[in-house]
Design a binder for this molecule. Structure first.
Ligand code: HEC
Ligand code: HEC
Ligand code: HEC
Length: 454
């Protein structure tokens, strides 16, 4: 504890005495997104929440170094402003950062108490807190709260739009292709054969069965509302739906085709489908056109009008008191710091072992998929980091987590509390949160599933 204070104080000097910190490459961070709170964030938060800043000479002293590095690493893992500023450049400030900043200001938890104790002047003043909350509110209003009633415009979760712009003709052929088994090498499996319409867009299996009875090692996410994800797959390896749709057809344990020529060879024998396709895509069959059509179709797989969304749109009676309390708990236990936006997730990469080592506690054999985004980037910083799953229709999509080990929503909430939020959620509050999550089930003509999760 004492050593930790020294380290925090040492690190504090970088923030306080060094003036605005500089990235080691000398590049000033892109601060525009922080608008009028950028000075506060830069002076009081940035050093612990960005990567690549020079640490002072005493940070090399053995003993101090390890502690500084730990604080630094934990801060960056909890909220990564680097990615936000550099990789998401040009986009409005992310909903995850807004929700996280709001939580720490409302709970007065940042900068860390140990640090503030030894570092006079590092705390946020009342005015600075007010300014941050005001900035969160105006950013949400400007960029995200397009459909909520004005009184709910400042919520971290926003309603799914009733419809989004779709090219109907492309979506119609995309619908056929999504359901076409000829995308798989032995013509036995379509996209819908793993992403069932009436199983919440998943297959309700721990791992999906591909062609020739093969299994992967990762739980299938839902295709419903995937259009709202900031990237696709658990590890974010596809930037968008079109890129994603190019994956499964050639994946040897999913659909197993060799290349597009093989698939087109089968599809082009179907004269009616080929004529229909050419009417929409005059240059005819190609991998690009096929994935373009499927991606366009997936835009129609949105599930608006959940009872919770009706409440957000202003119908006070749409959810019960219990569900309302559940939503309050969902925010209080930090869940809404990561599960944000229209799809209640899908907007950032987060660590499954943020607060405690989930993988050690789970035990059993390590799965390749446990490495998360590391599998794609091969960067240590991405080890055990996953795209946050979307919680829409979550009562229909069991089992849960990338490893598919969790069967009930109650257990999912318990585990999330421990490993992601760092807060034990007692049974009573878990019941409320589960009730709230069940109010997220929306409407789609094909979403006929019944709640499978206990
Ligand atoms: C001395 C380093 C340090 C400073 C300065 C600092 N943080 Fe943190 N921050 C951390 C650490 C360590 C964690 C993770 C552990 C924890 O939550 O206490 C963290 C976690 C967070 C989180 C994630 C939520 C959470 O509690 O896990 C947010 C959001 C955050 N900080 C915002 C801020 C803001 C805003 C400021 C500036 C007012 C700030 N931090 C200043 C070190 C720091
Ligand atoms: C064998 C079962 C199977 C088939 C067939 C299949 N998928 Fe998937 N799908 C999965 C699994 C498993 C994942 C998660 C893989 C990962 O993240 O590494 C996934 C991920 C996705 C995602 C990402 C969702 C998210 O939240 O990240 C989308 C979108 C998707 N599939 C659409 C499709 C489309 C379109 C097809 C047909 C071209 C298809 N899938 C075929 C099992 C399947
Ligand atoms: C630090 C970010 C973070 C926080 C805080 C957080 N989650 Fe999660 N949540 C995730 C990630 C990442 C996953 C996927 C982890 C995995 O599968 O390994 C996840 C998975 C889930 C799932 C399973 C969804 C599925 O389809 O598999 C549920 C349910 C869930 N979270 C609910 C909650 C609740 C309730 C809370 C609050 C107690 C919470 N989360 C807090 C990031 C977070």
């Amino acid at each position: 504890m004492k050593r930790s204070c020294v380290a925090l104080a040492a690190l504090g000097m970088v923030v306080m005495l060094g003036g605005p910190v500089q990235a080691s490459g000398g590049m000033p961070p892109a601060m525009e997104k922080f608008a009028k709170v950028s000075k506060t964030v830069q002076d009081k938060c940035m050093a612990c929440h960005t990567q690549g800043y020079d640490l002072p000479f005493y940070s090399k002293v053995p003993g101090i170094r390890e502690i500084i590095e730990k604080d630094y690493r934990d801060g960056l893992r909890a909220m990564d402003l680097n990615t936000e500023m550099l990789q998401a450049k040009g986009k409005p400030i992310g909903e995850t950062v807004l929700a996280k900043m709001e939580w720490v200001v409302l709970n007065d938890s940042m900068p860390p108490a140990k640090f503030a104790l030894v570092h006079w002047g590092s705390r946020l003043s009342d005015q600075e807190k007010k300014d941050i909350l005001e900035w969160v509110k105006s950013s949400r209003k400007a960029h995200y709260a397009t459909d909520a009633a004005p009184k709910h415009a400042n919520e971290p979760i926003q309603p799914i739009p009733l419809s989004i712009k779709v090219d109907e003709a492309k979506a119609a052929v995309g619908d056929k292709l999504f359901n076409d088994k000829r995308l798989s090498t032995d013509s036995t499996l379509s996209c819908a054969g793993c992403h069932f319409y009436d199983r919440g867009g998943t297959d309700n299996q721990r791992f999906s069965e591909g062609i020739r009875k093969q299994f992967g090692d990762i739980n299938p996410p839902s295709t419903y509302n995937a259009v709202f994800n900031f990237a696709q797959f658990w590890d974010g390896r596809a930037a968008d739906l079109q890129e994603q749709a190019g994956g499964p057809p050639m994946n040897p344990i999913e659909m197993g085709s060799k290349n597009w020529e093989e698939i087109i060879g089968r599809l082009s024998k179907d004269e009616a489908l080929t004529a229909e396709f050419k009417a929409v895509y005059p240059d005819g069959w190609s991998g690009d056109n096929i994935t373009n059509a499927i991606a366009e179709y997936e835009k129609t797989l949105i599930t608006p009008n959940s009872r919770f969304d009706k409440w957000l749109r202003g119908d006070d009676k749409a959810i019960s008191d219990k569900e309302k309390q559940g939503y309050e708990r969902f925010k209080a236990y930090r869940c809404a710091s990561c599960h944000v936006g229209k799809s209640v997730g899908g907007q950032s990469y987060e660590y499954m072992d943020l607060k405690k080592d989930y993988f050690a506690d789970r035990g059993g054999e390590a799965l390749g998929s446990d490495k998360g985004r590391y599998n794609f980037t091969k960067k240590d910083v991405d080890m055990h980091r996953f795209k946050v799953p979307n919680l829409r229709n979550v009562e229909l999509t069991a089992p849960y987590l990338h490893d598919g080990t969790v069967d009930t929503l109650d257990e999912a909430v318990r585990i999330m509390g421990i490993y992601c939020a760092g807060l034990d959620v007692p049974q009573g509050d878990r019941d409320l949160i589960v009730a709230f999550m069940r109010s997220l089930t929306g409407e789609h003509p094909m979403l006929a599933g019944k709640a499978v999760a206990k």
